[in-house]
Design a protein around this ligand. Sequence first.
Ligand SMILES: [Zn+2]
Length: 411
Amino acid sequence: MPPGRNPTVALMLSALSLLFGLASTGCLRTMEAIDPRSLPITSTSGQRLQQHVSFLASPELAGRQPGSPGNRQAARYIEEQFRAVGLQPLPSLGGYRQAISSTIGDNLLGFIPPTAGTAPPRWMVIGAHYDHLGYPFLGADDNASSVAILIETARHLTGLPHHGILFVAFNSEESPYFGKAEMGSQFLFHHLPPEIGRAENFQAVVIMDLMGGVQWSPIKDAIFAAGAEKSPALYQRVKQASSPSLKVFPVGMHLVEEIPEIGHKAFSDYDVFRNHALPFLFLSAGRTPRYHTAGDVASTLHYDRMAATVEWLRHLIALIDQDEAPYGFQADRAEWADEVASFREIVNQAVQDETRIPGTSRWSLRKLRQDAEWLRDADRSGPTPQNRDRLERISIRVQCLMADYSGCFTF
Ligand SMILES: [Zn+2]
Protein backbone atom coordinates (compact mmCIF):
# COMPACT_ATOMS: atom_id res chain seq x y z
CA MET A 1 0.00 0.00 0.00
CA PRO A 2 1.37 3.43 -0.93
CA PRO A 3 1.92 5.57 2.17
CA GLY A 4 -0.62 8.27 1.27
CA ARG A 5 -3.65 5.95 1.45
CA ASN A 6 -3.37 5.17 5.16
CA PRO A 7 -2.89 8.18 7.44
CA THR A 8 -1.35 6.15 10.30
CA VAL A 9 1.21 4.47 8.06
CA ALA A 10 1.93 7.76 6.31
CA LEU A 11 2.54 9.45 9.64
CA MET A 12 4.82 6.63 10.76
CA LEU A 13 6.79 6.70 7.53
CA SER A 14 7.26 10.44 7.56
CA ALA A 15 8.37 10.26 11.20
CA LEU A 16 10.82 7.53 10.25
CA SER A 17 12.20 9.42 7.28
CA LEU A 18 12.60 12.48 9.48
CA LEU A 19 14.52 10.35 11.98
CA PHE A 20 16.75 8.80 9.31
CA GLY A 21 17.25 12.18 7.70
CA LEU A 22 18.39 13.57 11.03
CA ALA A 23 20.52 10.53 11.73
CA SER A 24 22.40 10.89 8.47
CA THR A 25 23.25 14.50 9.31
CA GLY A 26 23.79 13.62 12.96
CA CYS A 27 27.51 13.09 12.63
CA LEU A 28 29.46 16.24 13.25
CA ARG A 29 32.69 17.07 11.57
CA THR A 30 35.19 16.17 14.24
CA MET A 31 38.86 15.49 14.48
CA GLU A 32 40.10 12.28 12.91
CA ALA A 33 40.76 9.16 14.96
CA ILE A 34 44.44 8.56 15.57
CA ASP A 35 46.14 6.43 12.95
CA PRO A 36 48.21 4.11 15.18
CA ARG A 37 50.58 3.35 12.30
CA SER A 38 51.73 6.96 12.47
CA LEU A 39 52.85 6.64 16.09
CA PRO A 40 56.62 6.22 16.45
CA ILE A 41 58.24 3.45 18.47
CA THR A 42 61.11 5.21 20.21
CA SER A 43 62.55 2.63 22.63
CA THR A 44 63.99 -0.88 22.69
CA SER A 45 61.22 -1.79 25.11
CA GLY A 46 58.62 -0.60 22.58
CA GLN A 47 60.28 -2.65 19.85
CA ARG A 48 60.30 -5.77 22.02
CA LEU A 49 56.62 -5.27 22.85
CA GLN A 50 55.89 -4.99 19.14
CA GLN A 51 57.80 -8.22 18.43
CA HIS A 52 55.75 -10.16 21.02
CA VAL A 53 52.45 -8.83 19.70
CA SER A 54 53.47 -9.39 16.07
CA PHE A 55 54.14 -13.04 16.78
CA LEU A 56 51.16 -13.73 19.07
CA ALA A 57 48.74 -11.94 16.73
CA SER A 58 50.24 -13.33 13.51
CA PRO A 59 47.94 -15.11 11.04
CA GLU A 60 50.04 -18.22 11.68
CA LEU A 61 48.61 -18.49 15.23
CA ALA A 62 45.09 -17.98 13.81
CA GLY A 63 43.66 -16.14 16.80
CA ARG A 64 44.89 -18.46 19.62
CA GLN A 65 41.54 -20.11 20.29
CA PRO A 66 41.74 -22.50 23.31
CA GLY A 67 42.48 -26.04 22.19
CA SER A 68 43.79 -24.98 18.77
CA PRO A 69 47.33 -25.47 17.42
CA GLY A 70 47.73 -21.67 17.43
CA ASN A 71 46.85 -21.53 21.13
CA ARG A 72 49.49 -24.21 21.87
CA GLN A 73 52.03 -22.33 19.76
CA ALA A 74 51.31 -19.16 21.74
CA ALA A 75 51.82 -21.13 24.97
CA ARG A 76 55.21 -22.38 23.71
CA TYR A 77 56.25 -18.83 22.82
CA ILE A 78 55.26 -17.44 26.24
CA GLU A 79 57.04 -20.36 27.92
CA GLU A 80 60.24 -19.54 25.98
CA GLN A 81 59.93 -15.87 26.89
CA PHE A 82 59.37 -16.65 30.59
CA ARG A 83 62.58 -18.69 30.47
CA ALA A 84 64.49 -16.03 28.54
CA VAL A 85 63.60 -13.23 30.99
CA GLY A 86 64.63 -15.39 33.95
CA LEU A 87 61.31 -16.34 35.54
CA GLN A 88 61.39 -19.55 37.56
CA PRO A 89 58.91 -22.38 37.10
CA LEU A 90 57.00 -23.61 40.17
CA PRO A 91 58.60 -26.92 41.23
CA SER A 92 55.21 -28.54 41.85
CA LEU A 93 54.24 -27.94 38.21
CA GLY A 94 57.56 -29.27 36.86
CA GLY A 95 57.62 -26.42 34.33
CA TYR A 96 55.76 -23.26 33.40
CA ARG A 97 52.51 -24.99 32.49
CA GLN A 98 49.39 -25.61 34.49
CA ALA A 99 47.14 -27.86 32.42
CA ILE A 100 43.48 -26.86 32.47
CA SER A 101 42.38 -29.78 30.31
CA SER A 102 43.65 -31.64 27.26
CA THR A 103 40.99 -30.01 25.09
CA ILE A 104 41.55 -26.43 26.29
CA GLY A 105 45.28 -26.22 26.99
CA ASP A 106 47.36 -24.55 29.67
CA ASN A 107 47.86 -21.55 31.92
CA LEU A 108 51.48 -20.39 32.04
CA LEU A 109 53.06 -19.48 35.37
CA GLY A 110 56.53 -18.17 36.23
CA PHE A 111 57.79 -16.40 39.34
CA ILE A 112 60.50 -14.31 40.94
CA PRO A 113 61.13 -15.40 44.56
CA PRO A 114 61.43 -12.85 47.39
CA THR A 115 65.00 -12.05 48.45
CA ALA A 116 64.21 -12.28 52.16
CA GLY A 117 62.33 -15.48 52.91
CA THR A 118 58.98 -14.87 54.53
CA ALA A 119 56.79 -17.58 55.98
CA PRO A 120 54.14 -17.99 54.78
CA PRO A 121 55.15 -16.28 51.53
CA ARG A 122 53.26 -13.21 50.35
CA TRP A 123 52.62 -12.99 46.62
CA MET A 124 51.89 -10.37 44.03
CA VAL A 125 50.16 -11.69 40.93
CA ILE A 126 50.51 -10.01 37.54
CA GLY A 127 48.17 -11.64 35.04
CA ALA A 128 46.73 -11.36 31.53
CA HIS A 129 44.90 -13.78 29.25
CA TYR A 130 46.61 -14.92 26.05
CA ASP A 131 43.77 -16.74 24.29
CA HIS A 132 41.55 -15.08 21.71
CA LEU A 133 38.56 -15.89 19.50
CA GLY A 134 40.17 -17.80 16.64
CA TYR A 135 40.54 -16.89 12.98
CA PRO A 136 39.82 -14.35 11.44
CA PHE A 137 40.20 -12.54 14.78
CA LEU A 138 43.91 -12.23 15.60
CA GLY A 139 43.60 -10.44 18.95
CA ALA A 140 46.53 -8.00 19.01
CA ASP A 141 45.02 -5.60 21.53
CA ASP A 142 42.87 -8.41 22.99
CA ASN A 143 45.07 -9.54 24.58
CA ALA A 144 48.54 -10.04 23.08
CA SER A 145 49.17 -6.41 24.16
CA SER A 146 48.91 -7.29 27.87
CA VAL A 147 50.91 -10.52 27.53
CA ALA A 148 53.70 -8.49 25.90
CA ILE A 149 53.64 -6.04 28.84
CA LEU A 150 53.68 -9.01 31.23
CA ILE A 151 56.84 -10.42 29.63
CA GLU A 152 58.65 -7.07 29.46
CA THR A 153 57.76 -6.22 33.06
CA ALA A 154 59.23 -9.55 34.15
CA ARG A 155 62.41 -8.91 32.15
CA HIS A 156 63.47 -5.91 34.22
CA LEU A 157 62.42 -7.06 37.67
CA THR A 158 64.74 -8.62 40.20
CA GLY A 159 63.70 -10.18 43.48
CA LEU A 160 61.96 -7.93 45.99
CA PRO A 161 62.47 -8.21 49.76
CA HIS A 162 58.96 -9.05 50.86
CA HIS A 163 56.94 -10.60 48.05
CA GLY A 164 57.21 -13.31 45.49
CA ILE A 165 55.98 -12.08 42.10
CA LEU A 166 53.90 -14.54 40.14
CA PHE A 167 53.40 -13.88 36.42
CA VAL A 168 50.46 -15.66 34.85
CA ALA A 169 49.37 -15.85 31.22
CA PHE A 170 45.83 -17.19 31.50
CA ASN A 171 44.18 -19.35 28.88
CA SER A 172 40.43 -19.53 28.09
CA GLU A 173 39.19 -16.10 29.15
CA GLU A 174 37.06 -15.47 26.07
CA SER A 175 33.55 -16.78 25.51
CA PRO A 176 32.34 -19.55 26.03
CA TYR A 177 34.67 -19.99 29.01
CA PHE A 178 34.15 -16.67 30.79
CA GLY A 179 32.97 -17.19 34.37
CA LYS A 180 33.13 -20.99 34.10
CA ALA A 181 35.37 -23.49 35.89
CA GLU A 182 37.45 -23.89 32.69
CA MET A 183 38.27 -20.17 32.55
CA GLY A 184 42.04 -19.93 33.09
CA SER A 185 41.86 -17.51 36.03
CA GLN A 186 39.03 -19.47 37.72
CA PHE A 187 41.02 -22.66 37.25
CA LEU A 188 44.16 -21.18 38.82
CA PHE A 189 42.22 -19.82 41.77
CA HIS A 190 40.67 -23.21 42.48
CA HIS A 191 43.91 -25.13 41.84
CA LEU A 192 46.58 -23.04 43.53
CA PRO A 193 50.00 -24.72 43.37
CA PRO A 194 51.26 -25.66 46.88
CA GLU A 195 54.10 -23.08 46.72
CA ILE A 196 51.43 -20.36 46.57
CA GLY A 197 49.41 -21.90 49.36
CA ARG A 198 46.13 -20.15 50.12
CA ALA A 199 44.62 -17.28 48.15
CA GLU A 200 44.92 -15.16 51.33
CA ASN A 201 48.66 -15.12 50.58
CA PHE A 202 47.99 -12.80 47.63
CA GLN A 203 48.90 -9.26 48.62
CA ALA A 204 47.51 -7.88 45.36
CA VAL A 205 46.41 -9.19 41.96
CA VAL A 206 47.04 -6.97 38.91
CA ILE A 207 45.08 -7.95 35.80
CA MET A 208 45.54 -6.37 32.37
CA ASP A 209 43.26 -6.52 29.33
CA LEU A 210 43.23 -4.39 26.13
CA MET A 211 46.42 -2.47 26.91
CA GLY A 212 47.51 -1.42 23.43
CA GLY A 213 44.56 0.24 21.71
CA VAL A 214 44.47 3.90 20.79
CA GLN A 215 41.71 5.93 19.20
CA TRP A 216 41.20 9.38 20.67
CA SER A 217 44.03 11.97 20.90
CA PRO A 218 43.39 13.52 24.34
CA ILE A 219 43.83 10.19 26.11
CA LYS A 220 46.28 8.50 23.76
CA ASP A 221 48.91 8.30 26.52
CA ALA A 222 46.48 7.27 29.26
CA ILE A 223 45.22 4.03 30.76
CA PHE A 224 42.40 3.35 33.22
CA ALA A 225 42.89 1.78 36.65
CA ALA A 226 39.92 0.23 38.45
CA GLY A 227 39.36 -1.95 41.51
CA ALA A 228 42.12 -0.73 43.83
CA GLU A 229 39.65 1.71 45.38
CA LYS A 230 38.29 -1.25 47.38
CA SER A 231 41.63 -1.49 49.23
CA PRO A 232 42.62 2.02 50.45
CA ALA A 233 46.37 1.40 50.99
CA LEU A 234 46.67 -0.30 47.57
CA TYR A 235 44.78 2.64 46.06
CA GLN A 236 47.35 5.05 47.51
CA ARG A 237 50.13 3.02 45.90
CA VAL A 238 48.39 3.16 42.52
CA LYS A 239 48.20 6.95 42.86
CA GLN A 240 51.87 7.20 43.89
CA ALA A 241 53.20 5.08 41.04
CA SER A 242 54.41 7.16 38.13
CA SER A 243 56.01 7.04 34.74
CA PRO A 244 57.01 10.26 32.94
CA SER A 245 54.92 9.72 29.85
CA LEU A 246 51.91 7.81 31.17
CA LYS A 247 48.68 9.18 32.59
CA VAL A 248 46.65 6.83 34.80
CA PHE A 249 42.99 7.65 35.33
CA PRO A 250 41.52 6.07 38.46
CA VAL A 251 37.97 4.91 37.74
CA GLY A 252 35.69 3.00 40.08
CA MET A 253 34.95 -0.62 39.23
CA HIS A 254 31.23 0.21 39.02
CA LEU A 255 32.02 2.57 36.12
CA VAL A 256 33.35 -0.42 34.20
CA GLU A 257 30.83 -3.08 35.19
CA GLU A 258 27.44 -1.45 35.84
CA ILE A 259 25.80 -1.05 32.46
CA PRO A 260 22.67 1.14 32.35
CA GLU A 261 19.56 -0.85 31.28
CA ILE A 262 21.59 -4.09 31.24
CA GLY A 263 23.05 -4.51 34.70
CA HIS A 264 26.21 -5.92 36.18
CA LYS A 265 28.78 -7.48 33.87
CA ALA A 266 32.31 -8.67 34.66
CA PHE A 267 34.92 -8.20 31.93
CA SER A 268 38.18 -9.92 32.63
CA ASP A 269 40.31 -12.24 34.78
CA TYR A 270 40.03 -10.04 37.89
CA ASP A 271 36.50 -11.43 38.40
CA VAL A 272 37.31 -14.57 40.42
CA PHE A 273 39.81 -12.73 42.67
CA ARG A 274 37.37 -9.89 43.30
CA ASN A 275 34.57 -12.34 44.05
CA HIS A 276 36.79 -13.83 46.77
CA ALA A 277 37.49 -10.39 48.27
CA LEU A 278 41.17 -10.22 47.26
CA PRO A 279 42.82 -6.83 46.72
CA PHE A 280 43.06 -6.31 42.96
CA LEU A 281 43.75 -3.79 40.25
CA PHE A 282 42.32 -3.96 36.74
CA LEU A 283 44.25 -2.04 34.07
CA SER A 284 42.96 -1.32 30.58
CA ALA A 285 43.30 1.28 27.86
CA GLY A 286 39.68 0.60 26.93
CA ARG A 287 37.94 -0.67 23.80
CA THR A 288 38.51 0.74 20.34
CA PRO A 289 36.35 0.27 17.21
CA ARG A 290 38.63 -2.70 16.39
CA TYR A 291 37.60 -4.63 19.55
CA HIS A 292 36.59 -8.22 18.65
CA THR A 293 36.94 -7.54 14.92
CA ALA A 294 39.38 -8.79 12.28
CA GLY A 295 40.90 -5.28 12.42
CA ASP A 296 42.51 -5.94 15.82
CA VAL A 297 46.00 -6.40 14.36
CA ALA A 298 49.56 -5.70 15.54
CA SER A 299 49.99 -2.52 13.46
CA THR A 300 47.18 -0.75 15.36
CA LEU A 301 48.77 -0.61 18.84
CA HIS A 302 50.49 2.22 20.70
CA TYR A 303 53.80 0.59 21.66
CA ASP A 304 55.41 3.65 23.25
CA ARG A 305 52.53 3.92 25.72
CA MET A 306 52.84 0.18 26.40
CA ALA A 307 56.55 0.73 27.16
CA ALA A 308 55.60 3.55 29.55
CA THR A 309 53.14 1.15 31.18
CA VAL A 310 55.96 -1.36 31.79
CA GLU A 311 57.87 1.41 33.61
CA TRP A 312 54.82 2.37 35.62
CA LEU A 313 54.09 -1.23 36.62
CA ARG A 314 57.65 -1.77 37.80
CA HIS A 315 57.33 1.29 40.02
CA LEU A 316 53.96 0.12 41.32
CA ILE A 317 55.31 -3.36 42.12
CA ALA A 318 58.25 -1.84 44.06
CA LEU A 319 55.82 0.34 46.03
CA ILE A 320 53.50 -2.55 46.85
CA ASP A 321 56.49 -4.53 48.10
CA GLN A 322 56.95 -2.00 50.89
CA ASP A 323 53.57 -2.99 52.36
CA GLU A 324 53.66 -6.09 54.47
CA ALA A 325 50.28 -5.73 56.16
CA PRO A 326 47.40 -7.21 54.14
CA TYR A 327 45.48 -4.52 52.24
CA GLY A 328 41.97 -5.68 53.11
CA PHE A 329 38.97 -5.38 50.81
CA GLN A 330 35.66 -3.50 51.02
CA ALA A 331 33.41 -4.59 48.17
CA ASP A 332 31.35 -1.37 47.96
CA ARG A 333 34.13 1.13 48.51
CA ALA A 334 34.56 3.90 45.93
CA GLU A 335 36.75 7.00 45.59
CA TRP A 336 34.00 9.33 44.46
CA ALA A 337 35.96 12.59 44.18
CA ASP A 338 38.65 10.93 42.04
CA GLU A 339 36.08 9.21 39.80
CA VAL A 340 34.37 12.53 39.18
CA ALA A 341 37.74 14.22 38.55
CA SER A 342 38.75 11.56 35.99
CA PHE A 343 35.54 11.96 33.99
CA ARG A 344 35.52 15.74 34.39
CA GLU A 345 38.88 15.84 32.62
CA ILE A 346 37.80 13.39 29.91
CA VAL A 347 34.37 14.90 29.20
CA ASN A 348 35.79 18.45 29.17
CA GLN A 349 37.94 17.34 26.23
CA ALA A 350 35.03 15.51 24.59
CA VAL A 351 32.89 18.67 24.39
CA GLN A 352 35.56 20.87 22.77
CA ASP A 353 35.29 21.35 19.01
CA GLU A 354 39.01 20.73 18.58
CA THR A 355 39.24 17.60 20.73
CA ARG A 356 35.90 15.88 20.25
CA ILE A 357 35.70 12.07 20.13
CA PRO A 358 35.56 11.01 16.45
CA GLY A 359 32.02 10.00 15.51
CA THR A 360 30.28 12.13 18.15
CA SER A 361 26.73 12.90 16.99
CA ARG A 362 24.67 16.01 17.73
CA TRP A 363 22.71 14.06 20.35
CA SER A 364 25.78 12.61 22.01
CA LEU A 365 27.33 16.04 22.11
CA ARG A 366 24.25 17.54 23.72
CA LYS A 367 24.35 14.88 26.41
CA LEU A 368 28.10 15.31 26.88
CA ARG A 369 27.59 19.06 27.42
CA GLN A 370 25.01 18.33 30.11
CA ASP A 371 27.47 15.81 31.60
CA ALA A 372 30.26 18.39 31.64
CA GLU A 373 27.97 20.82 33.46
CA TRP A 374 26.98 18.18 36.03
CA LEU A 375 30.57 17.00 36.54
CA ARG A 376 31.69 20.50 37.57
CA ASP A 377 30.60 20.00 41.17
CA ALA A 378 29.32 16.40 41.32
CA ASP A 379 32.03 15.57 43.85
CA ARG A 380 30.38 17.88 46.40
CA SER A 381 27.03 16.09 46.48
CA GLY A 382 28.62 12.70 47.19
CA PRO A 383 28.06 9.20 45.80
CA THR A 384 24.29 8.97 46.23
CA PRO A 385 22.68 6.09 44.26
CA GLN A 386 21.36 8.70 41.82
CA ASN A 387 24.81 10.25 41.36
CA ARG A 388 26.47 6.86 40.93
CA ASP A 389 23.92 6.00 38.26
CA ARG A 390 24.60 9.29 36.45
CA LEU A 391 28.37 8.76 36.45
CA GLU A 392 27.89 5.17 35.24
CA ARG A 393 25.91 6.54 32.27
CA ILE A 394 28.62 9.08 31.54
CA SER A 395 31.27 6.37 31.68
CA ILE A 396 29.35 4.12 29.29
CA ARG A 397 28.64 7.05 26.95
CA VAL A 398 32.35 7.89 26.73
CA GLN A 399 33.38 4.22 26.30
CA CYS A 400 30.69 3.76 23.67
CA LEU A 401 31.88 6.79 21.69
CA MET A 402 35.50 5.69 21.89
CA ALA A 403 34.57 2.26 20.55
CA ASP A 404 32.39 3.91 17.88
CA TYR A 405 29.28 1.86 18.67
CA SER A 406 26.02 3.05 17.20
CA GLY A 407 23.40 4.27 19.63
CA CYS A 408 25.78 6.02 22.02
CA PHE A 409 23.27 8.80 22.61
CA THR A 410 20.69 6.42 24.10
CA PHE A 411 22.44 5.94 27.45
ZN1 LIG B 1 38.11 -10.33 24.26
